[in-house]
Design a protein around this ligand. Structure first.
Ligand code: ATP
Ligand code: MG
Length: 576
């Protein structure tokens, strides 16, 4: 852009024709109306800056003779370039700016007077982005109504071949007021959006943020009853100063963690409003521990700030929950991903269920697990009934519920076509009812929609985007292997899932699966398989790693696991 430098080397002369149209004696200013000038009022102008290559852009509002400084001055309205906007605010634009784009600078505190000598010349703002559309050297003011939400072309009126594309958007900017000579040092910032942006790109981004699994939704539709039951359970224990344990189970993505967190938040609010005695909330997560015995260490540390080895911590906790302490406040302990605290002797889990039943413990334990029958497996029934465990099971979401969850998270951000949302919800509900998977697929679909651009479409996420996202999510060599497997192999996989679901576990013995396998054969009108046939099928599936089989064992008690997710198996078998 050397033409600007060339321009700066030219000495500029200014004159004002005619008489002042208005005089402000108090400020010592005489205002002029420019009729036959190179620059006219209302016109857009380039103003000398510190960088010759990118002069400032402004709109000329007034011209006056400043009696105090004996100089001719101009009142202008500033525009700013992207590099003058604070780094962290740039992303709010929601797209990449054009290198020469400028933004309407809306800040009343900004000093907007410049010496007229700094004006380089006029620029023309056109309503079209195509450069060919404006005539070289054409002139005439561009009315500010053109500075709307469209791209504009700005061109110096002097004999330069350069044309600059300025997209003038009304992004309100707040900034420390720049001096007229150095507006580029201003650090304007874009205030937060009060409404979702209307542009499709931004809207998709907004939708993506709302659908992100880590974002906390404003509400948890379809879990009102579960919320209320858990709330009542904890509230009553805290009120009475007693203790208890609740066992919450359900398949992944059914909102267990989200609901319990919401309950705790609401209870803490009740404490703040003095509707509930204060309680001490601590949380541990089986997933975040390298060894189940770490649970003792973490609970002790969170409770008392004390550090101890696992054995020592266990002894200290045992003592704490067994001895009376009159002023003890209730402790609410959330143990998430309890399944992973499984030990050979099962002592960690046992203690977690047992402590709350101690007379002096004042301990409420909320345990969350995927497995339904953990308590039975670690305790003999007599103990289970003594502990009076309260149970709650989160059912997989239905199609309608998933649709409602997504719609509520999007909260009026219209990013999806109705049938596209239906398709995701139906697919996921048919497989697992996992809201997390549903959110992931929807997010991926917004990305695919964005990548495809909007040619010929509404700009909304449609069926094709969702189908592609679904395919991606479930596509793997395993899926192909399942689709190419023999009928008996496919039936065996179905039998594995049926048995897992019956048990509420991710593992079964061959014998248990066999019963399901034979039942499925009957349902399908096939000859029932023999034990050896079924075992051979099981082995083949193990050989191609669709199943994980207990090594060096080939009998009825052979333990069987899936090496792919249940979703993937069901997807491969259903989505033909
Ligand atoms: P896991 O067993 O794998 O830990 P989970 O049952 O604890 O799963 P969450 O982590 O609570 O599942 O939920 C998974 C995701 O789905 C989270 O992002 C959560 O916000 C969202 N979600 C689940 N249920 C709802 C709901 N009813 N409304 C809105 N969002 C939900
Ligand atoms: Mg969870």
């Amino acid at each position: 852009m050397s033409h600007y430098r060339a321009m700066l080397r030219v000495r500029r002369f200014y004159s004002l024709n005619g008489n002042p149209i208005h005089e402000d004696r108090r400020l010592g200013r005489r205002y002029y109306q420019e009729n036959n000038a190179v620059v006219s009022l209302g016109q857009h102008i380039l103003i000398e800056g510190t960088d010759d290559d990118s002069p400032f852009v402004a709109q000329l509002l007034k011209l006056f003779w400043d009696v105090n400084s004996n100089q001719m001055k101009a009142v202008v309205h500033w525009f700013v370039r992207m590099h003058e906007i604070a780094q962290n605010k740039r992303k709010l634009l929601g797209r990449d700016p054009h290198p020469q784009e400028v933004f309407y600078y809306q800040d009343g505190s900004c000093d907007c007077e410049v010496n007229v000598e700094t004006i380089l010349g006029a620029v023309q703002v056109c309503a079209h982005i195509k450069r060919a559309k404006f005539a070289q050297g054409s002139r005439g003011p561009c009315s500010s109504r053109h500075l709307g939400n469209w791209s504009t072309v700005v061109k110096p009126l002097q004999a330069f071949t350069h044309s600059a594309v300025f997209n003038c958007v009304f992004v309100p900017l707040q900034a420390a007021p720049p001096t007229p000579q150095t507006p580029r040092h201003a650090t304007p910032s874009i205030p937060n959006r009060s409404q979702p942006a209307r542009k499709p790109g931004n809207m998709l981004e907004e939708a993506r943020a709302r659908l992100h699994v880590s974002s906390v939704p404003e509400s948890l539709p379809c879990r009102e009853q579960e919320f209320q039951d858990i709330y009542n359970f904890v509230e009553s224990k805290v009120m009475d100063g007693t203790g208890g344990c609740m066992y919450i189970s359900g398949v992944p993505g059914t909102g267990k963690t989200a609901t319990v967190h919401e309950v705790i938040r609401s209870l803490q609010q009740a404490v703040e409003q003095e509707e509930l005695p204060p309680f001490h909330f601590i949380e541990i997560n089986g997933m975040k521990m390298t060894d189940p015995h770490q649970a003792y260490v973490q609970i002790l540390q969170k409770l008392t700030n004390q550090k101890a080895t696992a054995d020592h911590a266990a002894a200290l906790l045992e003592k704490r929950f067994s001895t009376p302490a009159p002023k003890k406040e209730t402790t609410v302990l959330l143990v998430d991903e309890l399944d992973l605290l499984w030990t050979r002797k099962q002592n960690v889990m046992y203690n977690l269920f047992d402590w709350p039943a101690r007379k002096h413990a004042r301990l409420v334990v909320l345990t969350i697990a995927n497995t339904m029958d953990l308590p039975e497996r670690i305790m003999i029934n007599r103990v289970a009934s003594r502990l009076g465990l309260t149970r709650m099971s989160f059912q997989p979401y239905t199609f309608k519920q998933l649709q409602q969850i997504i719609t509520s998270r999007l909260n009026r951000v219209k990013a999806f076509e109705e049938d596209a949302l239906q398709l995701v919800s139906r697919k996921v509900a048919a497989l697992s009812g996992d809201a997390r998977r549903c959110l992931d697929i929807c997010r991926r679909a917004t990305e695919i929609c964005e990548q495809h651009g909007q040619q010929g479409s509404t700009g909304l996420v449609g069926m094709s985007h969702v189908m592609e996202a679904l395919d991606e999510m479930f596509s793997s060599s395993y899926i192909t292997a399942i689709r190419c497997a023999s009928l008996q192999e496919q039936l065996f996989l179905r039998a594995v899932i049926a048995e897992f679901r019956r048990l509420g576990l991710e593992e079964a013995t061959f014998q248990q699966v066999l019963v399901q396998h034979q039942a499925l054969c009957r349902v399908e009108g096939l000859q029932p398989v023999s034990v050896s046939e079924s075992l051979a099928v099981c082995q083949r599936l193990g050989a191609c790693r669709l199943l994980l089989l207990e090594p060096s064992r080939l009998d009825l008690l052979l333990r069987v696991r899936l090496n792919v997710s249940q979703d993937d198996v069901l997807y491969a078998l259903k989505a033909e």
